[in-house]
Design a protein around this ligand. Structure first.
Ligand SMILES: Cc1cc2nc3c(=O)[nH]c(=O)nc-3n(C[C@H](O)[C@H](O)[C@H](O)COP(=O)(O)OP(=O)(O)OC[C@H]3O[C@@H](n4cnc5c(N)ncnc54)[C@H](O)[C@@H]3O)c2cc1C
Length: 348
């Protein structure tokens, strides 16, 4: 366990924000004991906030309470005898991409399209991370949690987590109740690919040729390369990845946007029909057509290769600068296209 007072909060935006206290724990039993021990818990500044590596968070200022962080490691195959599947238990503090790499090295299919997403395993199950046509919900068997209300351990099946596009019950009605301790993933030993999203298939063919037997490692490598060309590495440019969600709009709203695009010569509007009849329009397209791509405002900016990503352009941005830029982008997209963008990043 490590307890630090008045320290910088880890966050991939690289913002200079501080917590009154940072509590890093190494097991569920240790965290539970700390919270149950009235003498100790009385010393912890409140409120409590659990974070992973801070790669989907925007702190608008210092945090007055205690930031909790899991250092629980371990990747362990569960006894499960099936020729085609494996169940693997992973500690919540494991770096997500270390698990993806491990799985690919074993020849296990499942997380390869989610390679190189920043963050830790606990948060991946909270966020329902997704990329290139796959979401973590596709492989979550169950989530082991410490219930902060009852101070007991619970195991929640993936099917009960309310997973949707970047959504889960952990982010909504269960917010603040459960601390993820470990996640069990169901992985496949036989080939299970999702290659028809973006340019994954073309990139695979360009790199390995068309008629080879694929391995998860090869798919992983192509995904890592595609991402490196599109997204800023948090070690070089501060960001929280895609700042806004892709909006799901009604067909009549889509028709209005298409009419604006035609009148203003913006070209065809990219869109995807959802099963519920709504239309998904890429937020990146809306933001780019409002002229924000590559924009700089003081120390804050919009990434020149991907307008969905707000950046700490100089490394000296303040929370206020990022918040002001976010507000300007929301206003302009609403004014021009009548669509209200919602942040994907959690604002604290
Ligand atoms: C460059 C870049 C690219 C990205 N690309 C993608 C992408 O392709 N797809 C995608 O989905 N996301 C992407 N993201 C967003 C981010 O990587 C994910 O949301 C990730 O899961 C956040 O992990 P984290 O450990 O940093 O969690 P944090 O950002 O620290 O926390 C996220 C949420 O999880 C909660 N939480 C964290 N750990 C626990 C725990 N143990 N128990 C309970 N709650 C917990 C926090 O309270 C918070 O609500 C990207 C981010 C960056 C910076």
């Amino acid at each position: 366990m490590k307890l630090t007072y008045n320290c910088t909060i880890p966050n991939t935006f690289g913002l200079p924000v501080h917590a009154a206290c940072l509590l890093e724990y190494d097991s569920a039993a240790e965290l539970r004991a700390l919270l149950v021990d009235g003498r100790f818990s009385a010393e912890l500044p409140l409120p409590l906030l659990h974070i992973g590596s801070g790669s989907n968070l925007l702190f608008t200022g210092d945090f007055p309470g205690t930031v909790l962080h899991s250092r629980i490691g371990g990747i362990e195959e569960m006894p499960f005898h099936d020729e085609k599947q494996a169940v693997v238990r992973v500690g919540s503090g494991v770096v997500w991409d270390q698990f993806c790499l491990w799985a690919a090295q074993q020849g296990y299919w499942g997380p390869e399209n989610l390679a190189a997403i920043p963050g830790e395993v606990g948060a991946a199950a909270v966020q329902n991370i997704g990329a290139y046509g796959r979401e973590v919900k596709d492989i979550v068997e169950c989530v082991e949690c410490l219930d902060l209300q009852e101070l007991t351990m619970v195991t929640i099946p993936g099917s009960d987590c309310g997973y949707g596009y970047r959504e889960s019950r952990f982010k909504n009605e269960w917010k603040g109740r459960y601390v993820v301790i470990a996640v069990q993933f169901r992985l496949r030993k036989d080939e299970w690919t999702e290659l028809d999203y973006g340019h994954v298939r073309q990139a695979l063919i360009a790199r390995y040729g068309g008629d080879i037997g694929l391995s998860p490692m090869e798919v992983r490598q192509v995904i890592v390369d595609i991402r490196a060309g599109k997204l800023p590495s948090p070690t070089e440019i501060g960001s929280a990845g895609s700042f806004f969600r892709n909006p799901f709009i009604l067909p009549e709203q889509y028709a209005r946007i298409a009419a604006i695009a035609e009148k203003d010569g913006l070209g065809p509007v990219p869109h995807f029909m959802n099963e519920d009849g709504t239309v998904k329009v890429p937020a990146a397209w809306l933001i780019e057509k409002c002229g924000w791509k590559g924009y700089r405002d003081g120390n804050a900016g919009v990434y020149e290769k991907q307008p969905l990503v707000l950046i700490n352009a100089t490394g000296r941005a303040t929370p206020d600068e990022i918040v002001a830029l976010k507000d300007k982008i929301i206003d302009s997209v609403r004014t021009r296209f009548g669509v209200l963008l919602r942040p994907e990043v959690e604002i604290i």
